[in-house]
Design a protein around this ligand. Structure first.
Ligand code: SAM
Length: 262
């Protein structure tokens, strides 16, 4: 029986007992068929990761009895993904994969050619939590309300670098651009911006290019779909600037055992 890993809102260890959401209790009991006493791992994005056991309380309620901490809290690289919303299935895909790829913030951006105006933020958040639970992240990306491109650029944080995926050929290949960064840029906070299926409008491209710390890059000779472009750019950034440059930590043996089926 593998150990279920759950995201909780409460502080940890929180007096050694934290309430589980009804949906989590349902998942443990009826999907994963976990008995009382079943081992869990819990995290809340602030206090690291803790061993716990599941304890049902009545028909629909349950708690996690929290034990020892197995991992200290560690931040994810400070990279935002700013993307024009796409159709539902593909936005779910972006949420799941961008979480796996270590994005810290998911920012839907409304542009002139954006086809999809309404974004189901609750669903987006649920997808990021599920992906964070499965990918052994210690944080869940922040999901922000959709914002117009003009407002996003007008309120752009001065210290944050902007990597704009430009299918019009306005920039060097992404690998060359990122490899040429100086240490200060490498250490800076970043955002990746990807346009809608219809591409950025000329005026939008001009406005983005006028930004202080913007870098337009190419993602190869083919026109990628917006979700592919977003994830490809995030993967390149992680490989050349982010935490993929660090050797993959062999999670401590005892942590692995804590995940191992019992
Ligand atoms: N309608 C646009 C066109 O036909 O030129 C294509 C837009 S593309 C489907 C969606 C977004 O993905 C673009 O705005 C850009 O940000 C990114 N993208 C796709 N392919 C790219 C490439 N080869 N280089 C850089 N960015 C790319």
């Amino acid at each position: 029986m593998s150990v279920s890993r759950l995201f909780v809102e409460s502080d940890l260890p929180g007096g050694n007992e934290v309430p589980l959401a009804e949906a989590q209790v349902h998942y443990l009991r009826h999907v994963m068929r976990r008995p009382d006493g079943a081992p869990l791992l819990v995290f809340n994005g602030r206090d690291g990761e803790w061993r716990a056991t599941f304890e049902g309380r009545g028909k629909k309620a349950g708690v996690a009895q929290v034990g020892e901490r197995v991992r200290e809290q560690a931040p994810e690289p400070d990279v935002w993904l700013c993307f024009a919303p796409v159709k539902r299935a593909r936005i779910d895909y972006i949420a799941e994969k961008a979480t796996e790829l270590g994005a810290a913030v998911l920012q839907p951006v409304l542009t002139q050619h954006t086809m999809v105006e309404r974004v189901n933020l609750e669903r987006l958040r649920a997808n990021t939590i599920e992906a964070a639970e499965q990918t052994e992240r210690l944080t869940v990306p922040e999901v922000r309300d959709p914002i117009d491109l003009a407002r996003l650029l007008a309120g752009w944080p001065a210290e944050r670098r902007l990597l704009m995926c430009d299918e019009t050929g306005g920039g060097p290949p992404i690998a060359d651009a990122l490899a040429a960064l100086d240490p200060a840029d490498r250490a800076a906070s970043w955002a990746i911006l990807v346009g809608p299926e219809g591409g950025f409008a000329e005026v939008e491209l001009a406005a983005i290019r006028r930004m202080k710390d913007v870098m337009a890059v190419g993602l190869g000779p083919r026109i990628l779909r917006a979700d592919t472009a977003a994830l490809a750019a995030l993967a390149c950034w992680q490989a050349l600037v982010g935490d993929w440059r660090r050797p993959t930590p062999r999670l401590a043996a005892d942590y692995r055992t804590s995940r191992a089926p019992v």
